[in-house]
Every structure is written in C-alpha cells, then in structure tokens.
Write a protein that binds this ligand. Structure first.
Ligand SMILES: C[S@@+](CC[C@H](N)C(=O)[O-])C[C@H]1O[C@@H](n2cnc3c(N)ncnc32)[C@H](O)[C@@H]1O
Length: 416
C-alpha cells in the first residue's frame, strides 16, 4: 500500500532520508536540542532558527519535525516517546502500548512454549513489534512500506530490542496465503493490524482494508495463535465461528476491537473495560440474547460502549436486576444504583416526560437547574445544542437523557 504524504506535506522518500540523517550521532544531538526547545515552549520559527545555528539547515527541519511528534506521542507512549521515531501517519495508526502489551502477553501465554517467534504482519512504526519483543518473542516485523520498516528498525534499536526483531519487506496477503501447518512466514503466531484508513478517512468496508478482510479470515483459519485488530464497528455477523471477539474501552471510549485465533479464543465475546489502569473483563461463552424490557424505574444505567458493542448488555441487566427502557435502546433501568460497577454509569431518575422542549425547559426552571448535560440514544437531537437551549439561571445541575421509552420519544431528568 502506498503511504500518503504525512501532514506536513513531506513525502515518504523525503522522510526516509530524514530518518537516516537523524539516526547518525549528529542527528541524535540535533533531536536532543529540538526536544529541549519543544519542552521550553519555543515556537517553530525561533526553534528552527536556533537549530539551524546549532546543527545546520539540513538537520534543523527534520529534527524539529520528529521532536514535535515525540512531544505529541508522549502522553500515549510515555518515556519511550523520547527515543522513538514516528510520523503523523504512524502515530495516528498506532495502538496504545499498554494494550499492545496486554495483547502480546495473551498471545504468548496461549501459544505456550511452542511459540517463540511471532510475525507482526504490517508493523508500521512497531508498536506491536515492541510489545511482542518485550513479552519475550522473537519478532518478524513485516511491512510493504519501506518507511514503516525503517521506523520499526529505528525504534527497536532505540529501545534496545534490535536483537529480537527482524524487519523484512513482505506482503501480508501473500504470506498468509502461503501459511501452512499453523505457521505464517515460519512463525507459530501472528499479529495482524490492517490499515483501516486511506486519504485521512476511515475505511468502513473491511474488504477495503489493507490487507483486506479475506486475508483476516484466512489468517484466523490458518494460524490458530493469532490476534487481529479490527474496526470497533465490525459487524458481529463477520466474526468467524469459534473466534472470540473482544471490544476494549478506556475511560468510556472504545479504543480497539480484536479477533482472537481459535487457539487463543476462550469465549464467544469479551468486553474489556479499562478504568484507572485496571482492566475489567466481562465474558460470555455464547450469545446471551437480549435483556427484557420494562418501565423506567428509579435509576438509569448507561452501559459502557465495550459492553454494548460486545453484545453483553443482558449479562449486566441480569446482574443488576435491570431491564431495558426500550428493546432497541441500550439504557437499563432498575430500583438501585450500580455501586462500583465497571460496566455502567448510574443516574438517579427524577422526572420522566414525553419529549417536549417547552415543557422540559419549564420543568428545569422549576427545579432551579442552570447547567445541563444532555445524553441521547435513539434520538436525532444534537446534545450540545439542546444543552445550550436548556441552560438556565439556577444553581442546580442535571443530566437530561433524551431517548425512546417503549417506542416513544422521552426525556429523563436525572440527578448527578
Ligand atoms: C494500522 S498499521 C499497523 C499499526 C501497528 N500495529 C501499530 O500499532 O503501530 C497497518 C500497517 O500495515 C501495513 N500494510 C498494509 N497492507 C499491507 C500488506 N499487504 N502487507 C504488509 N503490510 C501491509 C501498512 O503499511 C501499515 O504500516
């Protein structure tokens, strides 16, 4: 797959040359200076001036650009970011290192002693390769893109992992098609994270991913010790028989979805909810079906998106003695809050009324509500716009949930 120009407009060939320059001793010194200028908050023009004066114009631009990306990567990659080489593109595509580590550990544990080498089929800047090497694997890092290969090589070297990683050119489609005896490219395990963007846009159709969907299915069929990263919106119908699908959320947002090879899969679906760095896992051996529906009671529960996407809302409903407010809406209701549950956020229901802006406004005024947070599900309203229109002079605050209850547009005024 051709790699698009990065956001700064520099094309891959230019970036390859820049990367080579920065990997020299002079390049390292230039990067160090650029990082200190970034850390001091020096702006781009002054920064480039200072760099040109200190390291020359050939190194100044590349050092500034890569240091800028290191600063951007720091919240995600932590201290590793200060040594890594990234581009706008690879940073955008990179998974979270802590989740890559979790994935690598599960893959290695499932593979047991037979798995010591893992193929990373599309390594980009090497997030998965690094996690696998740190988990003890020898890694064959494959990519069609020369820049990706150079970045991975530079990163494993910078992080002291080069003796466990072999970076090679290859096409994952061909390698998977040639996989035999549970191995791909002579590795007994694989990670595949297809490119799911092109031209800055998400590719919703899995057949347009690179490698495309048939290669995903082929890999899951041929190499049982496998982890494939897929789009969180993947249709359940696509998940092959015997393959576990997992959705992972961090602080209430889905960050990744995974398909596990048949030697790793232990359940039908898994929702992993990461809160305060602790991963809570909800699993079902088979489709648990839909939760029953019932009238709105004293508490409304908003399930975490990983629970919803993995199709496990009914497990949480059973646990809480809760029912759905509508068969098509993933809000649960029960008589009590779900104290300390990682699966839902609970709201006390103070009022339930048919959705009507005028009446809702009047009710909020009467309750002395000033600040309003709007949540919606199954409604076309714009939450920010509605919150602005409902805002009042009062001191109190409220959460207004606009949804369907038993098929009817309804507003629930909830306490926070
Ligand atoms: C989403 S990125 C991988 C990101 C990586 N796992 C990470 O977390 O940093 C996908 C990578 O697959 C590579 N790729 C796409 N099609 C490929 C193919 N047919 N064979 C090998 N690599 C491919 C792309 O060049 C890109 O580097």
């Amino acid at each position: 797959m051709a790699v698009p120009a990065d956001a700064s407009g520099t094309h891959p060939e230019g970036l390859l040359a820049q990367l080579a320059l920065l990997r020299t001793a002079e390049g390292a010194a230039a990067l160090e200076l650029a990082a200190s200028l970034h850390a001091a908050g020096v702006d781009v023009l002054a920064g480039l001036d200072r760099l040109r004066a200190a390291v020359g114009s050939e190194l100044a631009g590349p050092a500034w650009g890569f240091a800028r990306l290191r600063a951007r990567a720091r919240p995600v990659f932590g201290p590793d970011a200060d040594r890594m080489f990234l581009t706008d593109d690879t940073l955008e595509q990179a998974g979270r290192p802590e989740l890559a580590a979790r994935r690598a550990a599960r893959l290695m544990a499932a593979g047991g002693e037979e798995v010591d080498s893992v193929a990373d089929l599309g390594c980009a800047a090497g997030t998965d390769t690094i996690a696998l090497a740190r988990a003890g694997a020898s890694v064959l890092a494959v990519d069609v893109d020369p820049l990706a290969r150079e970045l991975t090589a530079a990163n494993v070297e910078a992080l002291g992992l080069a003796d466990r990683v072999w970076v090679v050119a290859g096409d994952a489609v061909e390698l998977v098609a040639a996989a035999r005896g549970g191995e791909v490219a002579n590795c007994a395990a694989a990670v595949l994270d297809p490119a799911r963007r092109a031209g800055g846009r998400r590719l919703l159709d899995p057949d347009r991913w690179s490698p495309p969907w048939p290669t995903v299915v082929d890999l899951l069929d041929r190499v049982p010790v496998t982890a494939v990263k897929v789009a969180p919106g993947l249709d359940h119908d696509r998940v092959p028989e015997g393959v576990e699908a997992e959705w992972v959320s961090v602080r209430g947002s889905i960050v990744e979805a995974l398909l596990w090879g048949r030697a790793v899969s232990t359940v039908w679906r898994r929702a992993t909810v990461v809160r305060d760095s602790v991963a809570h896992e909800l699993t079902a051996a088979a489709d648990p079906g839909q939760a029953p529906t019932g009238p709105v009671r004293g508490w409304l529960h908003e399930p975490d998106p990983a629970v919803i996407r993995s199709g496990l809302v009914s497990l949480v409903a059973a646990d809480l003695g809760a029912t759905l407010v509508d068969p098509t809406i993933a809000y649960l209701t029960s008589d009590a809050p779900a104290a300390d549950s990682p699966w839902v956020t609970s709201y006390r229901v103070d009022e339930v009324l048919p959705f009507n802006l005028k009446k809702l406004k009047a009710l909020l005024r009467a309750r002395g509500v000033g600040r309003v947070v709007v949540k919606k599900r199954g409604s076309a309203i714009e939450p920010e716009e509605l919150a602005r229109r409902l805002r009042g002079p009062g001191e109190a605050s409220a959460v207004v949930v606009v949804t369907r209850v038993a098929g009817k547009p309804t507003a629930l005024v909830c306490g926070t």
